[in-house]
Design a protein around this ligand. Structure first.
Ligand SMILES: [Zn+2]
Length: 78
C-alpha cells in the first residue's frame, strides 16, 4: 500500500510508532513513487511540522551547511 498524505506527513515528522516507521522505511526503499513523494515533500520549503509538547506548528528549516572554508578549519582543529 502506498503512503497517503497523512501517513507521509506523520512519517516525515517521525510521529508514528517505531514498527510503522520501520515498515515505511522498508517500503520507501523498494517503491519509487513513494520515494519520490517523500523526497518532494521533504524538499518543499513551505512545509511546516508540529513540535514540542503542545504540538505547535513551526516552519521546517534545513540544517545549516558549513561553508567549505569553515569545514576545512574544523578538520584542522580536530
Ligand atoms: Zn509505495
Amino acid at each position: 500500500m502506498h503512503l497517503d498524505d497523512t501517513t507521509l506527513d506523520a512519517y516525515l515528522v517521525r510521529s508514528l510508532d517505531a514498527a510503522r516507521l520501520t515498515a515505511i522505511d522498508g517500503h520507501i526503499g523498494s517503491c519509487l513513487p513513494c520515494a519520490l513523494a517523500v523526497e518532494a515533500a521533504a524538499l518543499d520549503p513551505r512545509r511546516w511540522e508540529r513540535r514540542g509538547p503542545l504540538g505547535r506548528l513551526v516552519r521546517v528549516t534545513p540544517p545549516p551547511v558549513p561553508a567549505p572554508a569553515l569545514a576545512r578549519e574544523l578538520q584542522h582543529a580536530a
